[in-house]
Design a protein around this ligand. Structure first.
Ligand SMILES: [Zn+2]
Length: 436
């Protein structure tokens, strides 16, 4: 596989995964095609060595694993973790707002969104709708309108001459996107639009009533190369679907010889506290069911190693003062190892050394990031997972600009360079060193 083929698969994954639910469904389809078998949490499992499995929780998180034919469980797992969610705008339950001739939708801000870029974009809608079916049963259905549907118009500069100076955004008042307008006819209602979309996407089902939904706005612009030599990639949700895609691709290609587990958590962008988030019980519960003896599990975790993958900040050319000058991060220069003295990242010298050894095996040179000492540092699911499981962990990710914007940027080479180190990690023995 070369980087342009890799990127074309990444582009289609990014665009077809507007929500964490769609990301999980796409990862699931990818793994089913590669022989992974579905498990359910409410059933007993019969696991066999040399086989691969997956299970999902709440549609937004997925765990997939291989029980290697050449390893015992006590030899531990090569663990990968990433998150499926991205900052965005979520539709409120009673969504409709009528203002003059316009129909708007009430929204809440999901996660730490950079809000300015959401204005004047062609937005679509996607998510999960819970319905009562004609036979009386309840079903959750994924929907994706796949067309520009909404916009949040900026106020003209003539009404706010200070807009470029202040530009404060009131989340309640300024964000509701416009969905429709009617002068002489009736406005459409949101429920009917959802009904029509469900009928388009799920021909086989008969919906009686929509009971509730988790619907999100997303930018309809497709991922693209940009730059004089196509040296950049621009897309929504690079944080963190770029990392989910790297883990998914590496796992799909991995031989069934070594123990591997891949965890994609939901709700990282709002603190990870949910049943499908990294603070939840999903990963612990699955590991306890794979290795039922507590002593064996403890030995296995001590022999395991977690690569927590989430995007890193590249040095911004217009804001170089925001970066530590001894730790400049460049696009197209390889994956980034993230360090923080206060454990906002789980990396330490031992785990950095092991990942560097994996990079050497993959013939990729990593970069090293620390935040400026006078700025607060972001975090990932790395420290949470490392603390819960007691597993050695490195926090890494692809360099990017404009993190949490509606459109983020990375180097054209970065996703593939990251992937190569993940692919190598899944067959490496590097983590058997430096055990304490
Ligand atoms: Zn992230």
């Amino acid at each position: 596989m070369n980087f342009s083929l890799y990127n074309s698969e990444l582009f289609s994954f990014l665009f077809s995964s507007p929500t964490s639910f769609h990301a999980v469904a796409n990862i699931e389809s990818h793994l089913i095609l590669r022989g992974f078998m579905r498990l359910r949490e409410n059933e007993r499992w019969q696991l066999a060595k040399g086989q691969s499995y997956y299970l999902t929780r709440d549609n937004g998180a997925i765990i997939a694993f291989i029980l290697g034919s050449d390893e015992t469980c006590e030899q531990g797992f090569r663990l990968l973790a990433a998150h499926t969610d991205s900052p965005c705008l979520q539709i409120k339950p009673h969504a409709e707002i009528k203002t003059g001739s316009f129909l708007q939708l009430g929204v809440e801000v999901y996660g730490g969104s950079l809000l300015t870029p959401w204005f004047d974009r062609d937005l679509s809608l996607a998510g999960r709708v819970c319905c009562r079916m004609s036979d009386g049963s309840l079903q959750a259905l994924l929907v994706n309108f796949r067309r520009p549907l909404l916009t949040i118009p900026n106020v003209a500069i003539h009404f706010d001459r200070e807009a470029n100076k202040n530009g404060e955004i009131n989340r309640q008042k300024h964000l509701p996107p416009i969905l429709s307008q009617a002068i002489d006819q009736q406005l459409p209602d949101f429920n009917t639009l959802l009904f029509e979309q469900i009928h388009k996407e799920h021909l086989e089902v008969a919906v009686e009533e929509i009971l509730s939904f988790d619907m999100f706005c997303y930018d309809f612009q497709e991922p693209a190369y940009l730059g004089a030599r196509n040296e950049f990639i621009s897309s929504a949700r690079l944080d963190n679907l770029l990392s989910c895609h790297a883990g998914m691709t590496a796992l799909g290609k991995a031989e069934r010889k070594k123990n591997v587990l891949f965890f994609c958590a939901n709700h990282e962008e709002n603190g990870s506290t949910s049943a499908s988030g990294a603070q939840g019980s999903f990963l612990d519960s699955v590991l306890q069911r794979i290795i039922t003896d507590p002593v064996s599990l403890s030995i296995a975790l001590n022999n395991s190693f977690l690569v927590s993958i989430d995007n890193a900040h590249a040095t911004h050319p217009n804001h170089t003062e925001k970066s530590d000058s001894a730790h400049e991060i460049h696009l197209n220069k390889g994956p980034v190892i993230k360090r923080n003295a206060n454990q906002r990242y789980a990396t330490n010298s031992l785990s950095a050394a092991i990942y560097k050894d994996v990079c050497r095996e993959a013939e990729v040179v990593p970069q090293e990031f620390v935040m400026r000492s006078d700025l607060p540092c972001g975090s990932t699911i790395g420290p949470i997972t490392s603390a819960r499981l007691g597993v050695r962990t490195v926090d890494i990710g692809a360099a990017s600009l404009a993190m949490h914007s509606i459109r983020e940027h990375t180097g054209a080479l970065d996703p593939y360079l990251l992937y190569r180190t993940i692919e190598q990690f899944l067959k490496s023995e590097a983590h058997r060193q430096l055990l304490s």
